[in-house]
Design a protein around this ligand. Sequence first.
Ligand code: AFP
Length: 364
Amino acid sequence: MPLSRRWTLTRYLIEERRRFPEASGDLNALILDVSLACKAIARIVAFEDLAEALCPGVPATAGGINVQGEEQKKLDVVSNELFTRMNEWNGHLAGMASEEMDVPWQIPAQYPRGKYLLVFDPLDGSSNLDVNVSVGSIFSILRAPAEVCETGRDVTEADFLQPGATQVAAGYAIYGPTTMLVLTVGNGVVGFTLNPNLGEFVLTHPQITVPADTHEFAINSSNSRFWEPPVKRYVDECLAGKTGPRGKDFNMRWIASMVAEAHRILMRGGVFMYPRDTKDPAKPGRLRLLYEANPMGFIIEQAGGRASTGRQPVLDVAPSALHQRIGLVFGSRHEVERIERYHQEPASRDTGAPLFGERSLFRD
Ligand code: AFP
């Protein structure tokens, strides 16, 4: 049945489920509970004072240092609480994992356990909250290992260490001028806009695709001295524009909120880079594999784009730790493939790059 812009998220999920007659409806119910958490977060992001009312008991001075070694904002903690409280009871989860929790979240004994794992970054880009820039929530749904479902045991970190290609669904909410939910259940990418009068996510983007080509790239150039040569070459060629090997000018963007960057790319193309660099050898990249790179990679690939570490498809990476970081490049397929080619070429290739290369602007 053709998708209609009058559908709600519920209608879309029911129509999708009809493609799988044997489906139990558990995944649909889980996605709806995740979407409810996103609606609640949309409110606290818009009206921070509501945080206490929506999530009583979270200390007003909540915050501290999370497992990433980053300062936790109160809304990071409240958003995490909303995800756990709105999903722990529904009987569809064997466990949860979050950027804001050192170890996996066990489903309390009073609730039934289910066959899925929910992994999420409850509030990505939160360092932008103070300056009113769009932020988001990112989530990934995996199948729990059969042994976990059979025994009902507590989950362990190892249960979550599945390649991104095994994801059942992934999505993000973006809290901007409008609140949107962008979702894939493995059959393309769709976008829903929150109608605050109805409290419903309404289908507004029935088939999101990433243009294969672009003239826009996003990277934090303050890290340029730490970039590996292939990244320096790619960015330098973009900056050279018409005068360089690309023969066209590029725009540069950097919002420092990956959900906002990804949404722009899904809407009009582009390439996002937070590559592996030499800034901190202990952190091979800034972004986290399980709850940032993998869900976003699944969405981008489902939309016809490409998501890579620069050296391999990010969805093929075998995770080694729950909070593992990874270099990430995603967006318009032809640009990401070019960046991957540059990583495959011999490192010694002198590109004559005047800006970020080894040579100065003024030729010797
Ligand atoms: P925060 O959640 O700490 O704001 O980090 C956001 C983020 O993980 C990702 O959304 C941005 O693309 C990236 O970090 C920004 O990193 P820089 O602050 O180094 O530019």
